[in-house]
Design a protein around this ligand. Structure first.
Ligand code: AP5
Length: 215
């Protein structure tokens, strides 16, 4: 099964993608994570992406389309995948259609997680991630069972993203409304868009998504 998770920064795309990954045994492809890996490795792509990401702007379409095209050919995508953070512009959505047509793949659903801007600032500025296994937590909404210890792997090392500050979040929300939100109607016209309420609790959002993907 191939799915897209659409939604503003902080809507819960990454949180829900990890749950779908486990439930359906399909892989999460986060373009944000791929770009952060490029930045950490100091590659040419990473050098070009770093300032754009830290200011809350999107990276150029051709950079990201090339990345996705080679990534979905890998063996771990054979069972299906969840696109988290891609596509994000009209040209990316059209390029994805072409890629799927070339590769004989079918997009099953685009699930849009709908959420309010102001709540997203609180969610993102409180977010942190386990350095070892990548599990996501939040100061208020998703704390580990034992304070300072990752539930999944037991690590005590966590970090916060360089772009998770209030000013950059507002720039990311602006980019979302201007460049990404319009693709919702593109998928609605194709009849594959499903909307879920991202202001509900994390488990309720998961239940709504499960109803869609299992239907
Ligand atoms: P990316 O990494 O994709 O960031 P984003 O879209 O801004 O989304 P986030 O990861 O911030 O939010 P999320 O929806 O995954 O929320 P999460 O589940 O973590 O992109 C970063 C940058 O890379 C972009 O700005 C751009 O520069 C570049 N980029 C990436 N893809 C690109 C592309 N295709 N084209 C061009 N540029 C691209 O949840 C947030 C927090 O809230 C967590 O702590 C979680 O525990 C909590 N939470 C989640 N759900 C709930 C809930 N229902 N209730 C309460 N708390 C919740």
């Amino acid at each position: 099964m191939k799915l897209i998770l659409l939604g503003p920064p902080g809507a819960g795309k990454g949180t829900q993608a990890k749950r779908i990954e486990e439930a359906l045994n399909i892989v999460q492809l986060s373009t944000g994570d791929m770009l952060r890996d490029e930045v950490a490795s100091g590659s040419e792509t990473g050098k070009k992406a770093k300032d754009l990401m830290e200011s809350g702007n999107l990276v150029p379409d051709d950079m990201i389309i090339g990345m996705i095209s080679s990534r979905i050919d890998r063996d771990d995508c054979k069972n299906g995948f969840i696109l988290d953070g891609f596509p994000r512009t009209g040209p990316q959505a059209k390029a994805l259609d072409e890629l799927f047509a070339e590769k004989g793949m079918t997009l099953r659903y685009v699930i849009e997680i709908v959420a309010d801007d102001e709540a997203m600032v609180e969610r993102i500025t409180g977010r942190y991630t386990c350095d070892e296994c990548g599990s996501g937590y939040h100061d208020k909404f998703q704390q580990p069972k034992v304070d300072g210890v990752c539930d999944k792997c037991g690590s005590t090392a966590f970090s916060r993203r360089a772009d998770d500050n209030a000013e950059t979040v507002r720039a990311r929300l602006k980019a979302y409304h201007e460049q990404t939100e319009p693709i919702s109607s593109y998928y609605s016209e194709k009849g594959i868009l499903r909307k879920v309420d991202g202001m509900a609790g994390i488990n309720d959002v998961t239940a709504e998504i499960n109803d869609i993907v299992r239907s």
